[in-house]
Every structure is written in C-alpha cells, then in structure tokens.
Design a protein. Structure first.
Length: 173
C-alpha cells in the first residue's frame, strides 16, 4: 500500500558541537537522504522540520535540522525516526519503497487463487534483493527479486505476483 509518509532514517548520534546529527538511512543510500528540504518527526506529517544541510558520511548521513544548534539539542533527538513525504519523491517506473512492499499479499502469477503469504521483509544482498514471504502458519520462504520470479508488483492493491523457482514453496512444481 502506498504510504503518504515513509521512514528516511533514524538519528543515531551527534556529530560535532553545532547540532549536526548522524542519520542511519533506511533508504537506498545516504546520498538519497540529501534530496529533501523538509522532513517530519512523525509518520502523519504533523511535525515538519526544515533541513539545513545533509551530506553522506560513510554509510550514514550527517544532517542538520532547523532549531537544532547545539550538541544538547541534537542529543535530545537521538533514536528519533524521521520521515519524508512520498509525494516529494519521483521514483522511476518499476521501483517502490520497501515500506510499500511489506505487507503485500504474494500470489502465484499463473494461478491467482494460490496465495503464498505476505511479504514480510526485503533483504538487500548486493546482487539482487531477496524477499521474505511468511505464510499463514508462520513459515518463511525466500524469493530472489529477479525478473523471472517477480512477475508483477501492484502496491496500490497490496499485491505481488510471482513465479517461484522450483523448490521454494512446498507445493512448487
């Protein structure tokens, strides 16, 4: 399901004494995090805050927010999750946020009456993502997120259609 506000990352510490913070990004990269002029302190967008600066720093991002000018103010925000507004992002066709994929029902692409479970996690392995599907009994199956396995993704309707490789699900051909 498309969400209006998505997690950008979590503030994990301070950097320096002028209010800059280390942000652990929950997106593709720290580079992606620097695109935003406004972030939000809640998932409903009730608490917007202006981004003064944001830059990659290793695997993290260093972010400075309006009103955070001292190390004490920055420390008070430690462990806070910050959000972005979905409409502030233009993703290319065929790309989605992980948060939009989690919870989608996973159907067999060739027999849509067959439901494998819900998409419960996306692991980024480098070569290709791996999607975890949890069935109604709590068993987890791992699907490579490659074109011949993931046939169609419809986040608007919370559905993913797959053609699993042999042996992934117990009832696979």
């Amino acid at each position: 399901m498309r969400k209006e506000f998505l997690e950008l990352g979590q503030i994990v510490g301070t950097h320096g004494v002028r209010g800059e913070m280390r942000l652990n990004p929950r997106c593709d990269s720290a580079e992606f995090a620097k695109k935003f002029k406004t972030v939000y302190f809640d998932e409903r967008g009730n608490v917007p805050v202006k981004v003064i600066s944001c830059r990659p720093h290793g695997n993290a991002a260093l972010i400075k927010l309006e009103g955070t000018d001292t190390i004490e103010q920055a420390q008070a925000l430690r462990n806070r999750v910050i959000y972005i507004k979905r409409s502030d992002v233009n993703l290319p066709d065929g790309q989605w946020f992980i948060a939009e994929l989690i919870g989608c029902t996973v159907f067999d692409a060739d027999n849509t009456s067959t439901v494998y479970g819900k998409l419960s996690d996306v692991m980024q392995t480098g070569a290709n993502d791996v999607w975890a599907v949890t069935d109604d009994r709590g068993r987890e199956y791992l699907l490579p997120a490659i074109k011949n396995v993931i046939i169609k993704t419809d986040v608007e309707n919370d559905a993913v259609f797959v053609r699993p490789l042999k042996g992934i699900f117990d009832d696979a051909d």
